[in-house]
Design a protein around this ligand. Structure first.
Ligand SMILES: Cc1cc2nc3c(=O)[nH]c(=O)nc-3n(C[C@H](O)[C@H](O)[C@H](O)COP(=O)(O)OP(=O)(O)OC[C@H]3O[C@@H](n4cnc5c(N)ncnc54)[C@H](O)[C@@H]3O)c2cc1C
Length: 442
């Protein structure tokens, strides 16, 4: 299949020339769903353009959850693959229920395989969930973790003596809090507070610390401090600060310098692991042939018999992207894909019908912490078997339009701990459907 072409025909507007791009697939959104769709499309040699405004990606912990809890149960899920079978029985409209298990597995496998060669390796999907540490020292179930974090769950499972290190001036991550919350389940856990090299006064920030650790001299100074803090322990847990672009290398170097096993724990958002993902995607995907237009919002999307056209602008002026197919992956309220208005919830770009409660009084239950959750969190876009959004007449809105990610209806990703799982699996399916569509059109 061909790569993207750019033509710049003269425009009526003499001040700012409109730039035109032709492509096979345009992906709207730069969250996990949008980036996963780009990776899957590139691997299938589909010419791709991706446009995404700043979104929720920088908030993520870096963990890739598939299914950590069933909505109506408190117990953590150990085997997410078996839990998917339960989900299919209990929630047949859930996006994950509409995707064969093999496709979900393949999607995770292909997505996690992408990172290793860029120094940000991930564990591959296993038979069971991993019990991982949260920023406050509680435990959660997830399917894949960055390699920089993998030693934490291993040390917890083996109950190895471990020291959680935090830093003078770093807010939002407390070794004492982690130890207090985990003490009953990990008795050999202690904590030490140290100064970060050359940042020993005032408030310090994870992103700045991570970039500082790309410098060998900073690593050597930190290694000396970590050896002092470790005492008898052979394992050290740190907030997620081990470099921005080559965290696997930074961790390996610190382990070499200290002879200790070292792991990261996610911090509160915005978090370094999320920023790492965003920066990696933004650097690598253009080299893979994706026309990436970051930090911009698509303002209009129109369909004609021969294709679709996206309209947007950047600081050089207007842009038009002409494409054969579109994947809408614009997220929920936080990212602007859905909007809550006084009378109803609306889809922001096309005004697609949103599956939602009959009126606003039914959006929330009385108690915020109600274990049954809130109906608003299950609102979203309804799709057909090919992941095409439905119009009001329940037929596909347009044969060229597909959807992926948490904008989809009938799921509450926060309660089921399935944010990345829904994003990756639905992106995998949507790209497969796009490929089928493009072949049929050829
Ligand atoms: C605090 C926090 C912690 C999280 N922790 C985890 C975790 O531990 N594990 C896990 O699996 N998941 C986690 N997630 C969820 C995960 O980060 C993603 O939110 C989720 O996977 C959904 O991805 P998405 O791509 O569907 O949507 P989003 O991530 O919301 O992305 C939607 C994108 O669309 C863009 N957009 C919207 N409208 C337009 C437009 N008109 N034009 C162009 N772009 C547009 C947005 O700017 C955004 O980039 C967490 C999320 C948050 C907020």
């Amino acid at each position: 299949m061909t790569t993207c072409q750019m033509n710049t025909p003269p425009e009526m507007d003499m001040k700012e020339e409109t730039r035109h791009f032709n492509t096979q697939l345009a992906i709207i959104g730069s969250g996990i769903a949008g980036f996963a769709a780009s990776i899957f499309a590139v691997n299938r040699k589909i010419a791709t353009a991706q446009i995404g405004n700043t979104g929720a990606l920088a908030y993520t912990t870096g963990y890739l959850d598939l299914l950590g809890k069933q909505d109506d149960e408190q117990a953590a899920i150990a085997d997410p693959w078996r839990a998917l079978e339960e989900l299919r029985k209990n929630q047949p409209n859930h996006p994950l229920s509409r995707i064969p298990t093999a496709d979900i597995h393949n999607g995770f496998d292909e997505f996690t395989a992408f990172f290793g060669e860029y120094g940000l390796a991930y564990s591959r999907p296993g038979a069971n969930n991993i019990t991982a540490l949260t920023p406050v020292g509680t435990l959660k179930q997830t399917l894949c973790v960055p390699a920089t974090m993998a030693a934490g769950p291993r040390a917890f499972a083996a109950q190895k003596p471990c020291i959680i290190v935090d830093f003078i001036g770093l807010k939002g991550f407390s070794g004492r809090q982690v130890v207090a919350n985990l003490h009953d389940r990990w008795p050999d856990l202690g904590t030490e507070r140290i100064a970060f090299p050359d940042m020993d006064h005032g408030e310090i920030y994870p992103e700045v610390m991570a970039r500082a650790l790309e410098v060998p001299a900073t690593r050597e100074k930190l290694a000396a401090a970590l050896k002092g803090a470790a005492g008898q322990a052979k394992v050290i847990g740190l907030p997620a600060i081990l470099g921005m672009h080559r965290p696997d290398h930074v961790r390996a170097e610190l382990e070499r310098l200290t002879s200790l096993e070292i792991f990261e724990i996610p911090t509160m958002p915005p978090s370094v692991p999320g920023i790492r993902l965003r920066e990696l995607f933004e650097q690598v995907l253009p080299h893979k042939g994706v026309t990436l237009i970051p930090q911009q919002k698509v303002t209009a999307l129109t369909f004609a018999a021969e294709g679709a056209t996206l309209s947007l602008s950047d600081s050089y002026g207007p842009i038009r992207i002409h494409t054969q197919a579109v994947i809408l992956a614009t997220g929920r309220f936080l990212s602007g894909g859905l909007e809550a208005h006084p009378d109803e919830i609306r889809e922001q770009l096309l005004g697609l019908p949103v599956t939602q409660p009959a009126d606003r009084t039914l959006w929330y239950r009385d108690r915020y912490t109600d274990r049954r959750g809130h109906a608003i969190h299950r609102a979203g876009i309804a799709i057909d078997h090919a992941f095409r959004p439905l119009a009001r007449d329940r037929r596909p809105y347009n044969e060229r339009l597909f959807t992926a990610g948490i904008i989809l209806a009938h799921q509450d990703w926060i309660r089921s701990r399935s944010g990345a799982g829904i994003a990756i699996a639905t992106a995998y399916r949507a790209v497969a459907e796009v490929e089928r569509f493009l072949i049929a059109q050829a």
